[in-house]
Design a protein around this ligand. Sequence first.
Ligand SMILES: [Zn+2]
Length: 174
Amino acid sequence: MRGCDFTCNRPKGVRLISDLKFIVDQNVGKLAKWLRMMGYDTLFFNRGDDSRIIATALAEGRVILTRDTQIMKRRLVTSGRLKAILIQSDNPELQMHRVIDSLGLDCHFRPFTLCLECNHPLVERDKEQVKDLVPPYVFQTQSQFMECPSCHRIYWRGTHWQAMTQKLKTFIRS
Ligand SMILES: [Zn+2]
């Protein structure tokens, strides 16, 4: 298991990160960024195509997060072959609480490993490699950079990132 940026009192190894992958529908799309931020492989479907969501979840062993009660009535879900969690709140923070509570997610997540936009694993880049790709202030003040090989976004642990991880810590602890 890779390093954990956070500390908590739960026993280690309760749930390996690789155990869980998600698929979210358009109604709970904000969850995708949070889960990717935590290092969970999360697909996002921006069209309400239930059959495709079901088929992909089944083929790839993904947990479905949805606000669609019809999905919850599918035989695959009611029989327990597919795990799906019904999200009832409109509020993204409450939605995240629901996911964390339902699955007992703990702090052993891996922030800074997946692209928040396209779910692709990030790769580390040397500082010199990103010199012309990030603002000068960022280049001067940051030392670790990651790039998404798919969309070529560059990530660093700036203030936006820190705010998101702080928020995640409150989700986990409360
Ligand atoms: Zn990307």
